[in-house]
Design a protein around this ligand. Structure first.
Ligand SMILES: [Zn+2]
Length: 127
């Protein structure tokens, strides 16, 4: 259906258009996000795009008080690792949370595509 190459560049182009796209291995069913040109599980090269919903559960998080330069001015902010429904794990900012006490591992989150100067990003928010 989608003919874009399975690269981070394509992933970002989809994000810019408001779609969260992963790829799936036709051989073993493994789902990759960001996409990979070769399946890391079985080495398969037969892949397909799939649109996924950004819902998942928080597996780990931290609240950052001393940010890298590109995020300066935003602290404190939370970042975490989310296991999405369907399998893949991805890290992202957790919006609207400034204290670790306000969230917990296992919390449900939903993906939000945020547009910034340097492009669209997948972030999360507690639900
Ligand atoms: Zn595979």
């Amino acid at each position: 259906m989608e003919e874009k190459p399975f690269t981070t560049g394509s992933y970002k182009e989809f994000l810019e258009s408001g779609r969260l796209m992963a790829n799936r291995c036709r051989s073993c069913g493994d789902v990759h996000l960001p996409p990979r040109p070769i399946c890391p599980r079985c080495g398969g090269r037969s892949l397909e795009w799939m649109e996924i919903q950004g819902r998942g559960t928080l597996q780990a998080f931290t609240v950052v008080h001393v940010p890298p330069i590109r995020l300066r001015g935003r602290q404190p902010y939370a970042t975490g690792i989310v296991k999405l429904e369907g399998g893949p794990r991805i890290s992202g900012l957790i919006l609207d949370v400034k204290r670790g006490e306000d969230m917990n591992v296992g919390a449900e989150v939903e993906g939000v595509i945020v547009r910034e100067e340097d492009g669209a990003k997948l972030c999360f928010r507690l639900v």
